[in-house]
Write a protein that binds this ligand. Structure first.
Ligand code: AMP
Ligand code: MN
Ligand code: MN
Length: 334
């Protein structure tokens, strides 16, 4: 039995009013972990508040309880009484947006996360990179706590396992992932509903934006490295935001010759989110960390701040990746 998971269990039992906080630019694992942990704790008689300091992407609107997640602007009145902050799926304190203040104010904190680059910034840290997703850690934790699942909880817990494994395709997909998913489906999660809500709700404008991103596509290092970017004005042309365009970096990686893919989305002038993916041997998390971000060996990201033009600002990362790719043989772990 995992000793840290047990310590998390007993700290949760002692608390009464728990603030469950996910990361900015929330993905499926983040939303899933926040909502399913909150639902599970409420079944044990705890009062919880769900917090993510970002606008929740509309693909998550069909899911139960998501509309109850609050951002920091709605914090003060509701949360004054919280006696414990539980942070999920966040690798560093800046990832929780303005809720980071609560750590500085000294609120007791627990961190539950699966990023290898985690900086362990809470009082009690349960960080386990061998897990596919934070949602799978929540599943093991709620089982340990003997929470009885209903269909909504099973669905919300399944969501993060499905999305963080790319719907059971990525290298983090192992037999424990299928076991957890199978149990959650037995408990009432509907895999088709999740796949349809996440994968089959694209807007036509996203395809137009994709055309622009393909126009900017460059291949380097014998076609092993693909990168592209979109500027603020590209998003504005179709009234889309960077949150509406998350899958493209995965499409770049899907090119047969490609090992590393980079995609940058400019959110405001002088600031872009950079997503990195690799296929089988290049550790993109080390590149992300070098630029102040984090992530996993096959999926990582960072925020780039710059004066001037995005394409120029990207060159430092682009050169670092192509240099590393070119100086190593294909079999070496980078
Ligand atoms: P994304 O490319 O945004 O889908 O993110 C891929 C992975 O990198 C996820 O595991 C994120 O948690 C992580 N990540 C993305 N952006 C950042 C960042 N600015 N700082 C730390 N980790 C990040
Ligand atoms: Mn996440
Ligand atoms: Mn995750």
């Amino acid at each position: 039995m995992n000793r840290t998971m047990n310590a998390v269990f007993s700290k949760l039992l002692q608390a009464q009013n728990i603030l469950v906080c996910g990361h900015i630019m929330p993905d499926g694992d983040c939303v899933s972990s926040v909502v399913s942990l909150s639902m599970g704790l409420e079944k044990l008689g705890k009062k919880t508040t769900m917090a993510i300091d970002w606008k929740i992407p509309s693909i998550f609107s069909p899911f139960p309880r998501v509309e109850r997640i609050i951002d920091y602007s709605r914090y003060s009145t509701q949360l004054e009484n919280s006696d414990l902050l539980v942070i999920v799926d966040a690798s560093s304190p800046d990832r929780i947006g303005r809720f980071e203040r609560l750590l500085r104010y000294g609120m007791p904190s627990i961190l539950i996360d699966h990023h290898a680059t985690n900086t362990r910034f809470a009082n009690l840290c349960w960080v386990e990179p061998s897990y596919s997703s934070t949602a799978q850690m929540i599943f093991d934790l709620l089982k340990l706590m003997e929470v009885s699942y209903d269909g909504d909880l099973a669905l919300m817990n399944y969501l993060g396992i499905a999305t963080d494994t790319g719907f059971f395709r990525y290298s983090n997909t192992n037999s424990t992932v299928f076991e957890a998913a199978a149990e959650l489906v037995k408990l009432g999660a509907d895999p088709c509903m999740v796949a349809t809500a996440i994968l089959e709700t694209r807007r036509l404008e996203e395809f137009f934006l994709e055309r622009d991103a393909i126009d900017n596509l460059r291949l380097l290092s014998n076609d092993r490295f693909a990168y592209s970017y979109l500027r603020v004005e590209d998003f504005e042309r179709y009234s889309l935001g960077e949150d509406d365009f998350g899958g493209f970096v995965g499409d770049l990686r899907s090119i047969a010759s490609v090992e590393v893919a980079l995609f940058a989305s400019e959110s405001v002038g002088g600031e872009a989110h950079v997503s990195l993916r690799s296929k089988s041997y290049f550790d993109v998390s080390s590149v992300a960390v070098a630029f102040g971000g984090g992530g996993h060996p096959r999926a990582a990201g960072f925020t780039l701040k710059y004066d001037g033009d995005l394409e120029e600002a990207l060159q430092e990362a682009v050169e670092l990746i192509s240099r590393r790719l070119e100086s190593h043989s294909k079999d070496a772990t980078l």
